[in-house]
Design a protein around this ligand. Structure first.
Ligand code: GCU
Length: 327
């Protein structure tokens, strides 16, 4: 098996020699990096997209997927993409905040009323505008993927925000996630996803938060035996492509890529629902207890985040208001 370093060296080497050898190949091959294992629903959805884009372009556009953070963390992958060493990254709205501010709207707690609202926003006008907002920063959003709701998990049930007091809680490197945990009374600790298993095991952090499939597939269920369904955020996964790679495609190939991505987003809805049920059952079998706290106190505790936004960030506040107005 290739180590992460050797994969990275091979990929970057290939990218550097690409200019010299490109004319020998008719096909364009895009490298796509993400941090989940192959049995995660999002990998399967993107695999579907890769097959579809290949079929739609008669093999002229191909996507090679590198899972398991082989090419680095989400942040490192974004940087490699900006430097031209890879073309596509599957990340999520929390991590994208540092690269394109409009994505922070998605990271506000208790923003979405339900799943239908969440889908209608992602697939509607505001969702499209956010995907397009980063063009000048060197990348474009291709599609969102359902990533369910995120909740806290640790070694005890979290029934109210009081239970988070004094706990070191791992968050993604995202200002909104940090502000949320502060508002709830916990102590936020930003860490890359790949470092979390060891951090939980060694007590570097006391708790974390994520959706059920990621909790189970990353084996955090081995160390955290209570998953409290407070469902504070619904942070979508996002597939992005470098502006340069996208603009280098013919219009026909751009259409094919969009079509394949849309189709994979639809496929993901079903894969996600199946995966949530399957991974919950797996975690329960491993001795994890799922708790259903009353959400009222959580909703009230994060309200100052909305008041602050209204006062200090009119631009983002307007996006948030438009999201709320979506039916
Ligand atoms: C989810 C998401 C990942 C993200 C992870 C995290 O699993 O799909 O993109 O990296 O959360 O908490 O870091």
């Amino acid at each position: 098996m290739m180590t992460r370093k050797s994969v990275l060296t091979a990929v970057i080497g290939a990218a550097l020699t690409f200019g010299a050898t490109a004319s020998a190949y008719a096909a364009t091959t895009f490298k796509l990096s993400h941090n989940h294992p192959r049995d995660h629903a999002v990998h399967k959805a993107m695999d579907h997209m890769a097959k579809e884009v290949r079929a739609l372009t008669d093999g002229e556009v191909r996507i090679r997927i590198y899972p398991d953070a082989q090419l680095g963390t989400q942040r490192e992958s974004m940087e490699l993409m900006q430097n031209g060493a890879l073309e596509m990254v599957k990340t999520n709205a929390a991590e994208l905040e540092a690269f394109a501010p409009a994505y922070s709207a998605f990271n506000l707690p208790y923003l979405f009323r339900d799943k239908t609202h969440y889908y209608n926003v992602k697939e509607g006008e505001v969702g499209e505008e956010i995907l397009a907002s980063s063009r000048d920063s060197g990348f474009i959003g291709v599609t969102y993927y359902d990533a369910g709701a995120r909740s806290f998990y640790t070694s005890k049930p979290i029934e109210t925000p009081e239970d988070l007091k004094g706990m070191k809680i791992r968050v993604q490197p995202s200002p909104s996630a940090i502000a949320m945990v502060n508002a709830l009374g916990g102590s936020p600790t930003p860490l890359a996803y790949g470092e979390l298993y060891t951090a939980l095991q060694q007590g570097v952090v006391d708790a974390a938060e994520n959706n059920i499939p990621s909790f189970s597939l990353s084996r955090h269920s081995e160390v955290s035996k209570y998953f409290s369904l407070d469902e504070h955020t619904m942070v979508p996964d996002v597939l992005v492509i470098s502006t340069k790679a996208y603009d280098g495609l013919s219009e026909e190939h751009q259409e094919a890529l969009k079509k394949a991505a849309m189709s994979s987003m639809e496929v993901m809805k079903e894969l996600w629902a199946e995966s949530e049920a399957k991974e919950r059952a797996k975690a329960e079998k491993m001795g994890v207890t799922f708790v259903k706290p009353n959400k009222t106190a959580f909703v009230e505790a994060v309200q100052p985040m909305y008041d602050e936004l209204e006062k200090s960030n009119p631009e983002l506040n307007e996006i948030v208001e438009r999201i709320k107005a979506v039916q």
